[in-house]
Ligand binder design. Structure first.
Ligand SMILES: O=C(O)CC1=CCC(=O)O1
Length: 254
């Protein structure tokens, strides 16, 4: 069952729409470094994943179909028939689901630092249980340790601390419900059915969804292009914003 997620819209009214979808534990502010670059040519819709930021927090477990249906519902609310879609990590998983299950709504797809099958159901059940018991603050230090390279974390400790706070502020049931969705997910059979031209971006130093995941996705989606970004961990869109923005603008501008 879909929900009305919290969203913002920026950019020219008549421009092609790009929907941005973030990672587990984020809010739509994680896309701030993309806004100046993308809003010149695109109408950018950012939203908080259900259970995150300003969106409703229905009781979990959630599924990828829930997360994908929230995007279709948002596009219906905005009267957007087709859009480009970029998602990072959990957002990319949502993008893969949309590309396969709602192809008529997706123009071009960008899948950043993501995976079609991530970890084990047991590990995600354990993370969900810990978060339901103690809140996302219990996992925040470990998670941000994977989002940025050690060099960036040393240079920008205040930024890393802000991201840890963002994760800790995520509603526990929302975070855990999304862990449930990832633990039950296997999107590998969906990938060959994706017809949207797809940009696949990996972070060379990403310990969460390493480059071999990006390679697997690109090898499985017929019309795809693979880019591995150096000096980037899981949040490549933040740490290497200029490079990622150029890739997105080129891909969506075609
Ligand atoms: O939180 C992590 O470990 C990495 C991650 C998995 C899905 C997502 O969005 O981030």
């Amino acid at each position: 069952m879909s929900v009305d997620v919290h969203y913002t819209v920026d950019g020219p009214e008549d421009a092609p729409v790009v929907v941005l979808s973030g990672s587990l534990g984020s809010n739509l502010g994680m896309w701030d470094p993309q806004m100046a670059g993308l809003t010149g040519d695109f109408r950018v819709v950012r939203y908080d994943i259900r259970g995150h930021g300003g969106s409703p927090v229905p009781p979990g477990p959630y599924s990828m179909a829930d997360l994908g249906s929230d995007v279709v519902r948002l596009m219906d609310r905005l009267k957007v028939r087709r859009a480009h879609f970029a998602g990072l990590s959990l957002g990319g998983m949502t993008g893969m689901w949309l590309g396969a299950h709602a192809p008529e709504r997706i123009d071009r797809l960008a899948l950043l630092c993501t995976s079609p099958l991530l970890g084990t159901p047991e590990a995600w059940a354990e993370r969900a249980g810990l978060v339901r018991a103690e809140g996302p603050a219990a996992v925040a230090p470990g998670v941000v340790g994977r989002w940025f390279t050690p060099a960036y974390a040393e240079r920008e400790p205040d930024t890393v601390a802000l991201f840890a706070e963002m994760i800790a502020d995520t509603p526990a049931e929302g975070y855990a419900g999304c862990c449930d969705a990832i633990g039950r997910m296997d999107l590998r059979p969906d990938l060959p059915a994706i017809t949207a031209p797809t940009l696949v971006v990996g972070g060379f130093d990403d310990p969460s969804t390493p480059p071999d995941q990006a390679e697997l996705i690109a090898a499985s989606i017929p019309d795809s292009r693979l880019e591995i970004v150096p000096d980037a961990a899981h949040l490549a869109s933040w740490e290497q914003a200029t490079v990622v923005n150029e890739l997105l603008i080129e891909h969506f501008g075609k």
